[in-house]
Design a protein around this ligand. Structure first.
Ligand code: ATP
Ligand code: MG
Length: 216
């Protein structure tokens, strides 16, 4: 089964996009070194800021007809083909593919609000093309929004990037609660918190107490 890693934390600037993009590239390299027959990884950018899209493709000039927005607005039966049509190759590596974000995603949340099945509009088409990829990595926006919910519903593994600061460790519990809510509420038994990823470590600062707290 192809694993789908979602990087999420409602706190801004903790390193979600940096970690998601570098992990996606890292998986490509790891698979290639291991001689895997398929080293292709798909990075899905669900954040309208499109930072992951910009760094991996060199542009964030994607809109109504060539981005995740297009997939979310497509008819159910066309959505998987639309998804394939919107994927672009990263400038980082030929085996790293990107489903780009678009500023339109901001409005998509309002457009989809209240539409039956809206939270599955990413998971559904993704499940139909997932076998083409060895792994999927999803970057999310800094909020518990419909877009983030869609990312979590499509995922098997949630990774929570967190800075080694006391208040961050307190906020972490609400992120984990949210992920558990999605697993129970949307009946996604495969979704689990696979890791707390400590970012922005500074070796000159003694982080032992905070790391101990995070481990607990
Ligand atoms: N592991 C790290 N070590 C040091 N700096 C980092 C690390 N990860 C990210 N950064 C830096 O922190 C800043 C924020 O990173 P990034 O954009 O990845 O966070 P984010 O959680 O995606 O932000 P947002 O919530 O706005 O989407 C950037 O300047 C980035 O270079
Ligand atoms: Mg980001």
């Amino acid at each position: 089964m192809t694993r789908v890693f979602v990087f999420t934390n409602h706190k801004g600037g903790v390193g979600k996009s940096t970690s998601a993009t570098n992990t996606a590239l890292g998986i490509v390299g790891m698979l290639r070194r291991a001689g895997a027959p398929n080293a292709r990884v798909l990075l899905i950018d669900t954040d309208s800021q499109a930072h992951a899209t910009l760094v991996t493709t060199g542009t964030k000039d994607y809109g109504t007809d060539n981005s995740l927005y297009t997939v979310l607005m497509a008819d159910r039966q066309n959505a998987a083909q639309t998804l394939l049509n919107c994927i672009v190759q990263s400038t980082w590596d030929a085996d790293l593919h990107v489903l780009p974000a678009s500023p339109m995603l901001e409005g998509a949340e309002r457009e989809l609000m209240g539409i039956a099945g809206a939270p599955y509009r990413l998971a559904d088409p993704l499940s139909r093309i997932i076998n083409r990829y060895a792994a999927i990595v999803i970057d999310t926006r800094p909020s518990f929004s419909l877009m983030t919910e869609m990312g979590l519903i499509a995922a098997t593994d949630a990774i929570v990037p967190v800075e080694p600061r006391y208040l961050e460790t307190v906020g972490l519990m609400s992120v984990i609660d949210k992920i558990n809510d999605i697993r129970e509420g949307w009946r996604q038994p495969n979704l689990r918190v696979s890791g707390i990823l400590v970012t922005k470590m500074n070796n000159r600062i003694f982080h032992r107490n905070i790391l101990h707290g995070l481990a607990n």
